[in-house]
Design a binder for this molecule. Sequence first.
Ligand SMILES: Nc1ncnc2c1ncn2[C@@H]1O[C@H](COP(=O)(O)OP(=O)(O)OP(=O)(O)O)[C@@H](O)[C@H]1O
Ligand SMILES: [Mg+2]
Length: 577
Amino acid sequence: MSDYLMVASIDFGTAYSGYAFSLTTDFKRDPLLIHSNQNWNAGNAQLMSLKTPTCILLDKDREIKSFGYEAESEYSQLAEEGTDKQEDYYFFYRFKMILYDNEKLKHQILNDVTGKTLAASEVFAKFIKALKGHLLTQFIDRGKAIEPHEIRWVLTVPTIWTDASKQFMRECAHQAGIDDNKLVIALEPEAASIFCLFQENSRASNERSLLNRTGQKYMIIDLGGGTADITIHERLPEGVDCEYPSLKELHHAIGDDCGGTQVDNAFMEVLREILGQKLVKLMKKKQPSTYLELLREFETVKRREIKQKNYIRIPFVTINELIEELGQDDIDNKIKMSKYKNQIKRNREKFCIDAELMKSFFGPTTDRIVSLVKETSKIKAIRDVSLFVLVGGFSECKHVIRALKEALPNKTFIIPDDPGLSVLKGAVIFGHKSIIESRVMMNSYGTKVFEPFDPDVHEMSRRKRAGGRFICPKIFDFIVKKNESVPVGTTIKREYLTDEPQQCYMDLTMYKSDSEYTEYTDEEGCYRVCKATIDIPNPSDEQRTVEVEYFFGDTEIRMTAVETDSGESCNTVLKFI
Ligand SMILES: Nc1ncnc2c1ncn2[C@@H]1O[C@H](COP(=O)(O)OP(=O)(O)OP(=O)(O)O)[C@@H](O)[C@H]1O
Ligand SMILES: [Mg+2]
């Protein structure tokens, strides 16, 4: 019997976020019976969308006012009531990417749209809390009763996130009131892969697709707002005592920060060049909701096919006010003076952008996605994979699809219905059933040890005298190797001894390396990734032995420890941040 009655997932996206849930009883009947919020409140309107923008409005006491579409509309409402009103509030948007490739998260701060700062952990925690609160209210509104301890929560992260970023998300969820032992971290493309598999599995047998064949290998490419995140899976048969298929990872995840919001950045960069850095900065500070409205307007234009003339509404009234305040040239002169004078024309309250410039907003991001996928498809171990599944909102972008198909004409591309939702819904299934049989390590992990010096094995320059003998310090002792396939649930055991009498805790340092051949911990590409503290139960004068079990095949690295003589388990803390 599971100790939870419901699984709830939170897909914390760069551009859009949402939640979904299903009861354990429903899951047994139909794993695809997953509920999510269909209508998000946007002030005067209800927006039909399963995800809502990743943004949050906090008041001056840093209390949550609103999030998503509602926060956008409430924030612009404040602007209508007077510009100084907004100064009392914090508006954070699209803040997830601060975690990309970031290991130094301890004192990470975030700037809101106007430049005001808060601790990143507080903003992330409040956003999770807001989504969690919305979900619980929805559930109660449906006349259902559920206690928080009866829910298993799933929070999604990109596969390519650092261990520190994953731990950061867990700590933020904890701050948001989600118990550590009730939280599972899901990897976004994995969740999407699981959803696609279940969706295909549910089709009538005569409709069954390629994806549903036992032994089928496929690349799942999550094209989101922040990242392109790639995972390669093989569908394994249903187990003897399991009615569901399972998935084996064939190569470690690969990805890059080339998501859909990079296209928005390219557009904003051109605007910045035309209007000037000073003006855009002032707009963000004084008229932040106008700036956000501009981004929203671009979001609509971005989803259309590119034509000879592409119109985008520009807030000229605000821009003219700012121009006056700064004593600058008028807007038409600014266009004329810029290098875009032949590509952008003003047409009343709109900019008319020519096709070439419009394409250039997409070009660099599309190129990076194409080369990422192309390079991945050349990797020897997975060269035979010919089925590519595109998920994530940016996989609805026609330019991206076209470019990928042209660059890889011999591959078959599948885009499931609603590709932007597969992560969200797959994360719910993942919370009920792990489905993943094994994962491939993206890095090597190990500890630092020393050995008696051996001239046949160790570099001469590393020889050090210690006591009466020569040793070789800083040897990288592998716990797991990069590219190793680790079955989920595998434990790796190591024994460690105390150094002194009455020792009450032990500190272990774990190192991470981007190579499978690392020999020494001070080599390039190898660095300290975390510190583990293990409490020794009932410290004594005798030397004590602790057996540590590392778990590497799961979505997060974990460890447990036992004092071998007494068999007592030790309290352990693994800190990546
Ligand atoms: N039809 C479309 N054409 C172009 N871009 C689109 C289209 N539909 C969605 N997008 C883009 O997809 C991105 C959002 O996708 P998604 O919701 O999967 O991202 P996310 O989950 O917020 O980000 P991530 O997973 O990277 O953290 C946005 O940049 C959005 O503009
Ligand atoms: Mg996403």
